[in-house]
Design a protein around this ligand. Sequence first.
Ligand code: GDP
Ligand code: IMO
Ligand code: MG
Length: 426
Amino acid sequence: MSTLVIEGSQWGDEGKGKITDYFAQQADVVVRSQGGNNAGHTITINNEKYALRSIPSGIFNPHTKNILANGMVINPKQLLEELHGLEARGIKDYQLYISNRAHIVLPYHEILDGAYEEYKGSSKVGTTKRGIGPCYSDKANRIGIRIGNFIDEEDFKASLEDALKIKNLELKMLGLATFDVDTIFNEYKEYAKEIKKYVCDTSLLIEEEIEKCSKVLFEGAQGAMLCLDHGTYPYVTSSSPAAAAVPVNCGIAPSYIKDVLGICKAYTTRVGEGPFPTEIDSDVASYIRERGHEYGTVTKRPRRIGWLDAVGLKYARRVSGINYLALMLLDVLSGLDEIKICCGYSLDGKLIDYVPATIKELNKVKPVYISMKGWMEDISNVKSFEELPENAKIYVRKIEELTNTKVVLISVGPNRTQTIELEKIF
Ligand code: GDP
Ligand code: IMO
Ligand code: MG
């Protein structure tokens, strides 16, 4: 069995897209199992940059089956725009499959996402405003619309009428304009016609592929610290990026998951509100932000910057079952005299090595750092671990020691070729 979960181990944007694309060249199947177009996965192929939102990062390989599984929330209009955008750039030979059990994001979800944020005021989450939270809420509240209903015109109209009875009340209560069934129906039934040919029971397909020993990648979106259950709630997304959620989000047995690769930046970033113990706001943060082009793929917001947090990584390892690490953007740290790693938190004067559950505690923790010597050399063309500057090697080994996890990949630039594989795991 050759299955690998690619999982964000921080607050998202760790480089999951790059690593999925790297492995996808040899993969038979790439599955996105949760989230939606709140994700922004950047892939650079021969200096051509692609930003994927809902489409799996295996789309560039004609032999790879790309699956949007049942745990996803899919905006049909945006999905088609994304697909047409790729086709316009010459990506025309692809295989795409969409679960009939995935939920769809409709315009009222996006409006409500923005409205909740506004009403929350200073305690807003800082969402991507793509309607992700409201769509998952409707799913849990059993007033969501699934792809299977969407592609049947009669069923879609009836489901939309039912949903709007409730959603329009909610919109009115918030002082917002209501939606008309026919307006949404007439626009979206056209998207449904185009999407229909990709729709199937993806649970059967994934199982069939795993059973015949195909190489299957599960491309996570977001990251462990944004997990609805284990992240810095309520400053999280509305799904679980954890590997443990993959079987439910794909309709497969947990025993089908072999390895979990935690994707981890050589430092930390966060976009959106919420606690961030190792955040720095100094010239060093600006240096890292500019060198790493740390601006959101989806919303273009400047990403908040901080030192690597080994406490957070150990936590991600535990709650997500990560057994290997890919260390990304190591090239960005070249030129710093000193690099810090957080190896513990001080909470009310007590040293702890876990991530507390409440925002009140998280806002109080003070990171305890170890200081490492930096390196000056440009490492973006380095091809092996041995070629790295001595201090970069020591930095990598320290991360392994602090997290008790093996680093199997080091990334030194956005291109496919700027990847150092230390151990073959897929
Ligand atoms: P994802 O959401 O986890 O797929 O990550 P994003 O694509 O949102 O953000 C990662 C950013 O870092 C993208 O702009 C990538 O092109 C870029 N990137 C990935 N790996 C490296 C690397 O090793 N070095 C540098 N300099 N950039 C990288
Ligand atoms: P990828 O897959 C980084 C963040 C938002 C916000 C919170 C909730 O590219 O790593 P949402 O719109 O999901 O309700 O927003 O989660 N967020 C991400 N941050 N990378 C992402 O995806 C994210 N997806 C959501 O900024 O703080
Ligand atoms: Mg991203």
